[in-house]
Structure formats: C-alpha cells, structure tokens
Write a new protein. Structure first.
Length: 540
C-alpha cells in the first residue's frame, strides 16, 4: 500500500465504488478502504430489481461489477479498519490498523448499520430465534410462525421472502402504515400468509433454548398481547428496524444533523474543505443503491475540481495512474470449460489471475466417501488442479464421520494447515474457499504489520468451527477472517461446515442463525466478525 493518494474513500459500498470509478477514471490516485467486505450492506440483498438498466441481479453481483470497473481504471482497495482521521490542513491523514496514509481529499462513504429494535431478550436470543437476515436464517424457521419487525423497504422485502419458509408471517409496524409507497406493499397486505399489525411493537421475547413467547404492545392503547408457542414449537423474530449512521470516525470533525447523519451541500461537500460524503451516511430522503451511486459520482466530480486547485496551490505534479489490466484479458489463457464442467468459463477466467499470483504449491486433500457431495468435490478439485501447476490433489478414504466429504488445504509436503471445509464449497462460500487457497499458497491477504504480529503471537491451540449456509451473504466474511488467521499461525485450526450436511450441530449448539462460530467446542458466537474482532476474541 502506498502512503500518499490524491483521494481516499472510506467505505466500499455502492457510494464509495461509484466515487472510485469516477476519480480513478479522471487519472487520480485513489485508495478505497473497507473494513469488512467490498460491496457494503447491499451484498446481503438476494434480489435487486429496481436498479435502472438491470432487470434483475443481486447485491453481490452488482457491487462486484462496480469493484472490477474501479480496479480497471486504477483504483486500489484495502481491507482495513480505519481508526482515526485528521482532516485539518491541505494534507489529510487516514489512520488504519494497517498503517497511515496521506491524502489531499477524502470521500466518507461509511454508510449505516442495522439498528437493534431494543426489546427485552433481543440480545439473549440472538442466534436462538432473533435474527437480522432472512436470506441467511429463514430456513431455520420452516413451518414456524415468524414475526417481522419494521415498516420500511427491508422489512417489506424480507417479510415477503420469509413466506417461503414460515407457515405465517406477522408483520409489526410501529406507525399507522408502512413507511414506503410501492407495489410490493400491496403484495404484502394481500398475501395469504401475512398478517399486518400497525402501531405495534415487541415488548419482550422469552423462552429457554429458543423463543417460546413473544409479547407485543399496541402503541396507541398500551394493550399487551402474548403469543405462546405450542409445546415443542418456537418462533422466529426478524428485526428490520432501520439503520444507524456509521459516524464514530467523523463525529466532531464535520457537521452532523441531530440524528447523526453528515450534512452536505448539493456537491456532497461537508463543512470541511476537501472532505465529501456520499451514500447512506448523508442526510437524505431515500437510501437506495441508485441514490448512493449518484452521491458517489457527485462527490467525486466535485472533489476532482478541488484536487485541481490543490495541485496548483501546492505546486504538485500529476503523475499518470497505471490502469489495471482487465481481469478478463488476464485470463485469456484459462482453458475453456468442457460440457458439464463444475467450473464454468466465467469462474475459470476469474480464477486465472488469482492462481497466477500463487508463490508456492499447495495440496487439496479430499476425504472421499460414497456421497454425492464427495463426488462433486472430486470433480471440482480435479478441475482446479487442471488450471495451475501450483495445486496438487490427494484423494484418501474418509475414516469416519468427522471427515466425511471434507476438503483440507495442505502444504506442499501434505501437512494439514488447519483449513478444512466440510461439504461442497459452492454458493457464497466458493470465494472464501479460493481465499483460503490464496492465503495458503501465498502471498495471501495483506492484513498490515500490526495485525500480522497479533496473528503470530497466538501461542495456544484455538479450534474454530463455523456453521454456514451457502445462501448466507454474511458467512464468507467470518470464514475468510478466521482462515486468514489460521493460515498465519499453526496454533489455529478452522473447520467450516455447510449446515445442511450436519443437522447434529444444530441440536448440539441450538443454532438458529448463521454464521455460527464455536471456539474450542464451548464458546458460541453468532454473526459476522472482522479479523480484528476475532483477534480480540482470541486474546491476541
């Protein structure tokens, strides 16, 4: 990572990606810093149908295309936690857990995070009945009654999605009506499996190992009503109560409104010269992808003019920015997929530049049994090995249920690195599986000198088990962070389980939400976590 950029963009969601595209295309040196995953909150959206010009896609595909576009224009990306900002003077400083960078201009596009509803029992039953992602956790409540809290876009869309699983969905709206006007609202109101209760809120949830009772309150009359599940049954409670601005870094540095959102002018400029804001962090009436990318474009073009003035003022000389070679061109030599191949041409093209960076060989060991999953894994590993001489396969019989249809990433000499996937790493987990190989074969993800020291400092055995669903958009972040630590320290082992093959885990750990992480067999955690958060948890 360089230490000086014309512009630094904090946040890798649609707003930040749009700003990166415009600024890098204008030949400025641009760095995008994202703390978790490029793409932002939209990546947890399974279906996007209102983005102009695209009939239907999902949040991950849409932002992956934006990411590639920005990289092809020369923008650089860094996964890091921003720890502080100095915005005074001509040169701004952005401090991260991977070091400091200097910049002439800043686009703050950190977005917002889901807001907790605040009812009694919300934290206690998180992962045991209280959830925040229908795509990730809906299947856990098949044939159950499901409560959905919220009256905005997310609640409406996710409530409809949950009708695929729940026998009944009860939508609890705090106001007298939904807060949006769209055809999908009428679909919700007329859906035979959905009951809508207005001016209603959840007071508390209760239970034992799961949510067995939900108490709601009429906000006008104050009357309370308690739903109690039949013997042996339980409820799901999904929270979509809006978002809170990610403003901790910027608080006290730029002007905010009473709700904590950044105040900007029509050019997305804050009250500080050289500092702009874009996306959900800003004061605005509509928080959607289309408005985020608009903000990013406006912020970038406004910042372009500011940067031009700063170059003249400071007597700086513009250096040409080297554009990245488009990945499709890098991968021209990737062999085409044969009919019925596990890896299609698009995946092969995406893998070619990754494999080209490998610095040492690795072995992918498959513990085979007579299952369909094992057969699929053999096909996949054989095709991966055919794409590079840095991958060798090793097929051995599964010795027991603990390694049935399991893939282990090993060193060249066959030593197990503690990076294992149980099941078939498809869906969203294919990317984290590729990252595991990249981290094992080198050079691996750059996590910064400080985090690398923390990884190497772990001096006790840590066994991490992660239950995932291939449809879960939050799971890969946790998997990638845990496996990056394991790749850098032999004391850490990570076993990732595709939940559909291991129902016994659900019973043993009472899992009703993914990702679910179990540390050393007893310490259970739900939800995604960053590498830094895991290091804190591991005491590194």
């Amino acid at each position: 990572m360089n230490h000086f950029y014309d512009a630094v963009i904090v946040g890798g969601g649609p707003a930040g990606l749009s700003a990166a595209i415009y600024l890098s295309r204008a030949q400025f040196r641009v760095l995008v810093i994202e703390k978790e995953k490029i793409g932002g909150q939209i990546t947890i959206t399974g279906e996007v149908v209102n983005y102009p010009g695209i009939l239907k896609t999902d949040g991950t595909k849409l932002t992956e295309a934006m990411h590639r576009q920005a990289e092809n224009f020369g923008a650089e990306f860094k996964i890091a936690q921003v720890t502080g900002l100095d915005l005074d003077g001509d040169y701004k400083t952005v401090r991260t857990d991977c070091g400091e960078v200097k910049t002439l201009g800043l686009v703050y596009a950190a977005g917002a995070h889901p807001r907790l509803a605040g009812f009694a029992g919300e934290e206690t039953f998180r992962g045991h009945g209280v959830a925040y992602c229908a795509t990730c956790d809906g299947e856990f409540f098949t044939d159950k009654e499901i409560f959905v809290i919220g009256g905005g876009f997310a609640a409406v869309e996710e409530g409809l999605f949950l009708t695929r699983y729940g026998k009944k969905v009860i939508m609890l709206v705090r106001g007298d009506d939904f807060s949006i006007q769209a055809p999908v609202v009428e679909e919700v109101k007329n859906h035979p499996k959905i009951e809508v209760r207005y001016h209603t809120e959840v007071v508390r949830v209760e239970g034992d190992s799961a949510v067995r009772a939900v108490t709601i309150r009429d906000r006008k009359t104050g009357a309370e009503e308690t739903f109690r599940a039949a013997s042996g049954d339980n409820y799901g409670v999904f929270v979509f109560a809006g978002y809170a601005p990610e403003n901790e870094l910027i608080k006290g540095l730029v002007e905010l409104n009473p709700q904590g959102y950044v105040i900007t002018d029509r050019d997305q400029k804050t009250n500080v010269d050289g500092v702009y804001a874009a996306g959900d962090i800003c004061v605005k009436n509509l928080r959607q992808v289309v408005t985020a990318v608009s903000d990013g474009a406006i912020a970038a073009t406004s910042l372009e003019k500011y940067l031009g003035g700063q170059y003249r003022k400071l007597g700086l000389k513009r250096e040409p920015v080297k554009k990245a070679t488009p990945k499709a061109e890098e991968a021209k030599a990737a062999p085409k997929a044969a009919a019925g191949a596990f890896l299609d041409d698009n995946i092969r093209q995406a893998l070619a530049p990754v494999f080209a960076r490998f610095t040492r060989p690795i072995v992918l060991r498959l513990f085979e049994d007579d299952s369909r999953a094992s057969a699929e894994n053999r096909r996949m590993l054989e095709e991966l090995a055919s794409l590079t001489d840095k991958i060798r396969t090793d097929f051995v019989p599964a010795s027991g249920p603990e390694n049935k249809h399991t893939i282990a990433v090993c060193r060249e000499d066959g030593t197990d690195l503690g990076l294992r996937f149980h099941g078939v790493p498809g869906g969203h987990e294919f990317n984290s599986f590729v990252l595991a190989m990249y981290n094992a074969a080198g050079p691996g993800q750059d996590v910064g000198a400080e985090n690398q020291k923390r990884i190497e400092s772990i001096d006790r055995p840590i066994h991490v088990q992660i239950a995932v669903s291939l449809s879960c958009t939050m799971c890969p972040d946790l998997v990638a962070a845990a496996e990056r630590i394991a790749a850098g320290n032999d004391n850490v082992m990570v076993d990732v389980y595709d939940f559909q093959y291991y129902p016994e885990m659900k019973e043993k750990y009472n899992i009703m939400s993914v990702p679910c992480m179990i540390v050393n067999g007893t310490d259970v955690h739900f939800g995604k976590k960053s590498l830094t958060q895991l290091l804190d948890l591991f005491g590194a």
